[in-house]
Design a protein around this ligand. Sequence first.
Ligand SMILES: Nc1ncnc2c1ncn2[C@@H]1O[C@H](COP(=O)(O)OP(=O)(O)O)[C@@H](O)[C@H]1O
Ligand SMILES: [Mg+2]
Length: 265
Amino acid sequence: MSYDEMYSYLEARVDALKTNKTGDERQTVDEVFDKQTLMTLYDMMTSGVIDSVRFPISTGKEGNVFYAEDTDGDPLALKIFRTSTSTFKHFSRYIEGDPRFKGLTGNRRKMIYAWTNKEYRNLQRYYEAEIPVPEPVSFAKNCLVMEYIGDERGPCPQLKDVVLDDPDDTYDEVISFIIDGWQDAHLVHGDMSEYNILMWDDQPILIDCGQAMTADHFNAKELLRRDIDNINRFFRNRGADIIKSEVIMEETLNGGDDDEEDDDE
Ligand SMILES: Nc1ncnc2c1ncn2[C@@H]1O[C@H](COP(=O)(O)OP(=O)(O)O)[C@@H](O)[C@H]1O
Ligand SMILES: [Mg+2]
């Protein structure tokens, strides 16, 4: 297969390539769909993971999220991480110190591929622990495919943009993501906020799990406290009945150890 053949195959299946080709958008397109990323998408298409990439849902600093479809025409979310230098700098401080990525240094692309892998694995861990996250589908290089959270009108709104029927109820649910995430998935999300929770009707769904750390990471408790403070700040403003951060910390760290003896107090 020649590059031209691949490109015309892709052009037919990556609508986003065709729609955004003027001015500023051009740069985003070139940056996101660089040659290697196109190859990765090509592989994902020929192996049947995705059939087409339709349009961008979100353009972020580190990556873009696209609406894609599988071979049955069912929706998927495709997150493509940029392989630029600034992305690398942002990621490297999270990957360094994560025991799962010990020994990985230097190479920028490798680091971003590891990051993609990390978000996939974090999603898997949350999903297996039955914390509501998009179901991970597949990943390769800097591309991550997951369940699409939304309907034909668009992705579900972020928590920040929703008027909550029952703030207490949503608050309890989100706090359970923190506690169960730690106890059952052994993860701390690390960037929990009203931006990284989507609302599927009344059900919050946790997203953007790339920076989540294992609970044994040296920084994990600090991140945990920050997540709790963030969530408390948001829900306090929404008028929910807030549980003190210290109490949630205590419950998270010690609440799941009922079968261990408590003889040191
Ligand atoms: N699985 C998904 N289904 C639907 N929309 C999604 C999904 N994942 C992300 N999005 C949309 O893309 C936005 C950015 O995704 P996120 O994972 O938070 O990346 P980042 O914040 O690093 O750009 C989200 O706020 C949401 O609107
Ligand atoms: Mg985000």
